[in-house]
Write a protein that binds this ligand. Structure first.
Ligand code: NAD
Length: 462
């Protein structure tokens, strides 16, 4: 795999200040496929200074000019679609089809959506005797995870650039190669020097330096709740805005009137996709007690089909984490109906697609984010019980409701404490706001709501 041995700073690849590197490992065969610099606090500081210096000119560009750069970025990503998909397959382990259809294709759609929004958004509005200007918030520190590595980069960088902000990106250490491809695409698209900068590095070193940097105006972070909490506290102390996309433990509520087989099959597919490494995955399936055993049977049959088709999880650390949750599920008395903690292959970070039945709401596997191919199935007595269970975690990122008619499903969904709900299998909408209630985060990404995160208002009175 191609890997740059520098950081992308002020429009060029430059050597990092320290000698340390990060090895990138293919999770399928555990082979090292590349090395990237482990950036230091000094590198981060240099990148923030470049972003600060580039800010006034970029913030002053006409929205149409920024739209043109974003359209060029979309085209540059599209031209590299195959290379992007191959890179995500190599460093994340995503099966080729998923890598093409989601990991490579979705960022092109999102970059395109911000090219359009930059051109059409009302950056100025009239409110009575005032003119309200929506101005860029400034220098953005973006910290991203590995599970949808390019999507999460584009979901931050594209709206930031559309708003007129400049950016320093610190991508996940497990998936830095696709971040380097993104920097190449930004360069090719004519994004001016210093407007986008990339520092690869370790979270507690480069990530922390970026989150703590006093000259960063907004930190946008996606990742674990533990790190998000720390970043939120640091930003709070500096009276600085943050956007946090954190974990989830979403409920898939199957009401008695629903098409049970369809709801269970789609629910299983949702959890197994990307080897369960999706923050919005519906990892808790809620089924009425009278339909419970039937649903468990359908899920066991459905999951058997996934056996060899899902990829590995991202790293040895992640595999150990997922396996320890599976062991905990067994220890706490849940019934294993498929999979288990043993590795299905000798090589690679594979985890067996796993389904637990007889899961009670207080069990660890029903409360904590596992981030692996593990589905828990819970039973409920009536709708009120289902709602209590669905809302009964610290998270509130996503969810699903299935019912015989849409109105019934919508009425239930409106009572859920969560940021987005798919009704009877509704499709993902890359223009709809994405983000969480409760400890799933602060702020929204995608579409106009995602753009607004990078803007602040100035009111002029006449
Ligand atoms: P993480 O939160 O440790 O890492 C996410 C990003 O934050 C990475 O770029 C990392 O380098 C950086 N980071 C780590 N420590 C930091 C610090 N102290 N200061 C600043 N930045 C820091 O997540 P992880 O270790 O990659 O995964 C752990 C768990 O997080 C997963 O098992 C999963 O539950 C959750 N997760 C959630 C999402 C999501 O989309 N919500 C994505 C990835 C991981």
């Amino acid at each position: 795999m191609k890997a740059h041995d520098g950081i992308y700073l002020d429009g060029a690849w430059r050597p990092a200040t320290g000698p340390d590197t990060i090895e990138v490992v293919n999770p399928v065969d555990e082979q090292v496929i590349g090395r990237v610099p482990a950036g230091t606090a000094e590198d981060v500081d240099a990148a923030v200074r470049a972003a600060r210096a580039a800010l006034p000119a970029w913030a002053a560009t006409a929205p149409a000019q920024r739209a043109a750069r974003l359209a060029a970025l979309r085209d540059a990503l599209a031209a590299r679609q195959d290379e992007i998909a191959e890179t995500v397959t190599a460093e994340l382990g995503a099966p080729a089809k998923l890598a093409q259809a989601v990991h490579a294709a979705l960022p092109i759609t999102v970059a395109g959506s911000y090219a359009e929004l930059a051109a059409t958004y009302a950056f100025e509005e009239k409110v009575g005797n005032s003119t309200v200007h929506h101005e860029p918030i400034g220098v953005v520190g973006a910290i991203t995870p590995w599970n949808y590595p390019l999507h999460q980069i584009v979901a931050k960088v594209a709206p930031a650039l559309a708003a007129g902000c400049t950016v320093v990106l610190k991508p996940a250490e497990d998936t830095p190669l696709v971040a380097q491809l993104f920097a190449e695409a930004a360069h090719e698209a004519g994004v001016p020097a210093g407007v986008f900068n990339l520092v690869t590095g370790l979270g507690p070193v480069a990530g922390q330096a970026l989150a703590e940097h006093l000259d960063v105006d907004l930190v946008s972070f996606t990742g674990s709740t533990a790190v998000g909490r720390q970043i939120g506290a640091t930003a709070g102390a500096a009276v600085k805005k943050v956007a946090l996309e954190l974990g989830g433990k979403s409920a898939n509520v199957i009401l008695p009137s629903a098409d049970l087989a369809k709801a269970v099959n789609v629910g299983v597919a949702n959890v197994m996709s990307n080897s369960g490494q999706t923050c919005s995955a519906w990892t808790r399936m809620l089924v009425h007690r009278e339909q419970y055993e039937e649903a468990v049977g359908i899920a066991a049959t459905a999951v058997a089909k996934y056996g060899d088709r899902i990829g590995p999880v991202v790293s040895a650390k992640q595999r150990a984490r997922v396996r320890s949750y599976i062991e905990k599920g067994v220890a706490e008395g849940a019934r294993l109906v498929a999979g288990g903690p043993e590795s299905p292959r000798e090589r690679g970070y594979f985890v067996s697609p796993t389904v637990f039945a007889d899961v009670t709401p207080d069990m660890t596997i029903a409360q904590e984010e596992i981030f692996g191919p593990v589905l828990t199935i819970l039973s409920y007595e009536d709708e009120e019980d289902a709602l209590r269970i669905a809302n009964g975690t610290v998270y509130g990122l996503a969810g699903a409701v299935w019912a015989g008619d849409e109105e019934e499903a919508v009425a239930f969904a409106r009572r859920m404490d969560t940021g987005q709900v798919d009704i009877n299998g509704g499709r993902f909408n890359p223009l709809a706001p994405f983000g969480g209630y409760k400890q799933s985060g602060v702020g929204r990404e995608l579409g106009t709501h995602g753009l607004a995160e990078y803007l602040q208002t100035k009111s002029l009175q006449f």
